[in-house]
Design a protein around this ligand. Structure first.
Ligand code: UDP
Ligand code: MG
Length: 317
C-alpha cells in the first residue's frame, strides 16, 4: 500500500504557536520516515485562513527552509471547517492518506503512529477520539459534551468526543469531494462516506500558547450550523409539537364548553396572558427554525465557492 502522508493544519492568527508546532511535527515526520511507515515525500501543509498577523509569512519562511513544509493561502478568513476542506481538497491529488489536526497541537501527535498502522492494515477513516477532557475547563467540557448530545438528538450524527483530528485515505477524500454542498459540516459528512472506519484514543492537552479561536458564541453557532446543514429533524419536531398543541387545544375546548354549561366561566386573566405568550413564542421559534432552512436553501442555490485559494506552496508541483 502506498504511504505518502500529508498533514493538513488550518491556521488562523497562529504566529505564536506556528514555529513550535512546525518543530515538533518535523521531528515526528522524520521519525515516521525513518521507521519506513511513511514515504519520504510526505508533507506538512499549513492552511492560512486569512490570518491578520504574520502567520502566512511564517509559513513561507518554513517552506523556504525545508521542503517538508508547504502552505495554502486562502483569499480571506472562511472559518476552520472551510479552511480544513480547502486543505483536504487541495492535497488529495498528492497524498495517499491525509491527517488533519489543529495548529495548537492540543491533539497528541503521537496518536498518528496508531492511525497510520490502522490505515496500512486497510482502514480508510481513523477518528481521533479524546479519552478524557481532564485538561479542559469545567465550562468547556460541559458545553462541548452537551454539544454532541444535542446534535445527536437533533439528527446530526457525529462521533462522540471526536473533533477534526482524523486520518482519511485518498479514496475517502474522493468520496468527500462528491458532497457538493456549500454548508459543509465535516464532522457530520465524514461518517456518511462509509468504508472501513476505526478510532484511536488519545489525551487532549492544553493549548501551549495563544488563545482559543473557538469562544462559546462561535461554538453555539457551529452547533446550529451543524444541525441545520445535516438534518431536517428540527422541522419534524416542530410538526410534532404543533400536533401536540393541537391535541391540547381540543382538550381545552372540551373543558371550556363543559365549564360553560356548569356556569363557571369567569376567565382568568393570568391563564390567558400565559397562553398568549407561550403560543406566540412557539410560533416565533418555529418560524425561526423554518427560516434557518430557507436560508440554507438560498445559499445552496447560489452555490458560491466554499473557498478561494490565493497561493499553494508545495515542492511537488
Ligand atoms: N481556525 C481557523 N479559522 C478560524 C478559527 C480557527 O483556521 O476562523 C483554526 C485554528 O488556527 C486552529 C483550529 O482552527 O488550528 C482550532 O482552533 P482553536 O484551537 O482555537 O479551537 P479550540 O481548540 O479552542 O476548540
Ligand atoms: Mg485548540
Amino acid at each position: 500500500m502506498e504511504n505518502k502522508l500529508y498533514l493538513v493544519i488550518p491556521c488562523y492568527n497562529e504566529e505564536e504557536v506556528l514555529l513550535e508546532t512546525a518543530g515538533r511535527l518535523r521531528e515526528k515526520m522524520v521519525s515516521l520516515i525513518s521507521q519506513n511507515k511513511i514515504d519520504e515525500k510526505s508533507r506538512v501543509i499549513f492552511v492560512n485562513d486569512g490570518s491578520k498577523d504574520g502567520t502566512w509569512e511564517l509559513i513561507e519562511k518554513l517552506h523556504r527552509g525545508n521542503k517538508l513544509f508547504g502552505g495554502i493561502n486562502l483569499s480571506r478568513n472562511r472559518g476552520h471547517q472551510n479552511a480544513l476542506l480547502a486543505g483536504l481538497m487541495t492535497v488529495r491529488d498528492y497524498a495517499d492518506m491525509v491527517i488533519s489536526m489543529d495548529a495548537d497541537l492540543q491533539d497528541d501527535i503521537n496518536a498518528m503512529d496508531e492511525m497510520i498502522d490502522k490505515y496500512l492494515s486497510g482502514t480508510d477513516i481513523v477518528y481521533g477520539v479524546r479519552s478524557s477532557r481532564k485538561k479542559d475547563t469545567f465550562f468547556k467540557k460541559a458545553t462541548a459534551e452537551g454539544f454532541y448530545k444535542i446534535m445527536n438528538t437533533m439528527g446530526a450524527n457525529t462521533v462522540f468526543n471526536h473533533a477534526d483530528y482524523r486520518l482519511m485515505s485518498r479514496r475517502a477524500l474522493e468520496g468527500l469531494a462528491q458532497y457538493g454542498e456549500v454548508n459543509l459540516f465535516l464532522r457530520g459528512i465524514v461518517p456518511m462516506i462509509g468504508y472501513p472506519v476505526d478510532v484511536v484514543y488519545y489525551e487532549r492537552g492544553e493549548r501551549f500558547a495563544g488563545e482559543s479561536k473557538y469562544p462559546f458564541g462561535k461554538m453555539l453557532s457551529f452547533a446550529v450550523e451543524g444541525i441545520t446543514s445535516l438534518s431536517t429533524k428540527p422541522i419534524r419536531m416542530i410538526t410534532f409539537l404543533g400536533f401536540f398543541i393541537f391535541i391540547v387545544s381540543i382538550g381545552m375546548l372540551i373543558y371550556s364548553i363543559a365549564r360553560h354549561f356548569m356556569g363557571a366561566t369567569i376567565v382568568g386573566w393570568t391563564t390567558l396572558m400565559v397562553s398568549v405568550w407561550a403560543i406566540g413564542g412557539l410560533i416565533l421559534l418555529s418560524l425561526g427554525v423554518v427560516g434557518e432552512y430557507i436560508g440554507k436553501i438560498y445559499l445552496e442555490t447560489k452555490s458560491r465557492p466554499r473557498f478561494i485559494i490565493e497561493q499553494f506552496l508545495n515542492d511537488e508541483i
